[in-house]
Structure formats: C-alpha cells, structure tokens
Design a protein. Structure first.
Length: 58
C-alpha cells in the first residue's frame, strides 16, 4: 500500500510550513496498517496525515 495523492500533497504543504518556521523534520513514517503518515517536527510537534489528506497536529 502506498500513500494517496492527497496525503502526498498534504505532506508537502506540511514540510513547507515547517521549514518556513525554521523547524526541523525529525522523523517521517508511513504506517500501512492505519494508512497514515506520521511526522515529528522539532522535538514537540507531531502531525498525522490521514488517507483523505486531512492533517491532525498535536
């Protein structure tokens, strides 16, 4: 299973926004079981990108 086009677009936008804030992207992982992309930004920001492209930032 691969990420959807919507996920890839959301991932790109998330990376651009993080770099505009001068934050590093520490970890990126695609979980095929839940079909989510998980991104760790800096040391405290965690984002999940759902299969429909929705981004959840914690």
């Amino acid at each position: 299973m691969e990420p959807t086009v919507e996920q890839l677009k959301a991932f790109y936008n998330l990376c651009v926004r993080a770099s505009n804030l001068l934050q590093t992207i520490e970890l990126t992982r695609y979980d095929p079981r839940s079909q989510r992309i998980v991104v760790l930004i800096g040391q405290t920001i965690q984002a999940e990108i759902l299969s429909n492209g929705e981004t959840i930032i914690q």
